[in-house]
Design a protein around this ligand. Structure first.
Ligand SMILES: [Zn+2]
Length: 196
């Protein structure tokens, strides 16, 4: 905060972000169940902590879609593979790219940048070095379910990750109204209400 108590503007261009382009064309996930697996672990989280964060992210999407999520072992085929490796940082004046979706011949790979310190907790406000795995997973899984980047900063699909908003309460980082509305486009049936 500034000396007069005002909140200093955040330079969003320096914040951690998704490496995917803004002009993606989202399509509804074509199956009832999304199979996923882990290829590697982050350095500073145990396998259990990593799994906990990813499962928590899946659980959030379960509340607004009709998709089920199933972990399969490394040798099996999966729709989504989670991997921790280096994401090439282009010198574009933007903040660090911490997550990226890659098309492989065999499903998608969600890459979390291995140079980022991933945690399974509320990070320091707007930190560009420490990052909450659950939130990045929530965003990346959103892409798999067909959601593009959102222009609304409160949406989990906003390409720049405003950790500040998230730090208020760990459980409040769930979906914004925009995300819920967006989910209805593809997975609307579960929202049908009974007309009186
Ligand atoms: Zn993204």
């Amino acid at each position: 905060m500034g000396v007069d108590g005002s909140i200093e503007p955040i330079d969003e261009s320096k914040l951690a972000r998704c490496a995917n382009g803004d002009e993606m064309e989202g399509v509804k996930f074509p199956k009832d169940t999304l199979a996923y697996k882990f290829q590697s672990n982050p350095e500073n989280l145990s396998e259990n902590e990593m799994r906990e964060a990813i499962v928590a992210a899946f659980r959030v999407w379960t509340s607004v879609t009709t998709i089920g999520f199933l972990e399969v072992s490394r040798g099996e085929e999966a729709d989504v593979t989670f991997d921790f490796s280096t994401i090439t940082q282009t010198d574009d004046g933007m903040g660090p790219k911490v997550v990226q979706t890659i098309n492989s011949g065999n499903g998608k790979i969600i890459v979390f940048n291995s140079d980022t310190k991933w945690i399974n907790a509320t990070p320091e406000e707007n930190s560009t070095k420490t990052f909450d795995l659950r939130f990045a997973a929530l965003h990346a899984i959103g892409h798999e379910l067909g959601f593009d980047h959102s222009p609304y900063s409160r949406s989990v699909m906003y390409p720049i990750f405003l950790q500040k908003r998230s730090s208020l309460n760990y459980e409040q980082r769930d979906l914004d109204e925009f995300d819920v509305e967006n989910a209805k486009k593809f997975y609307g049936s579960m929202y049908e209400t009974v007309e009186e």
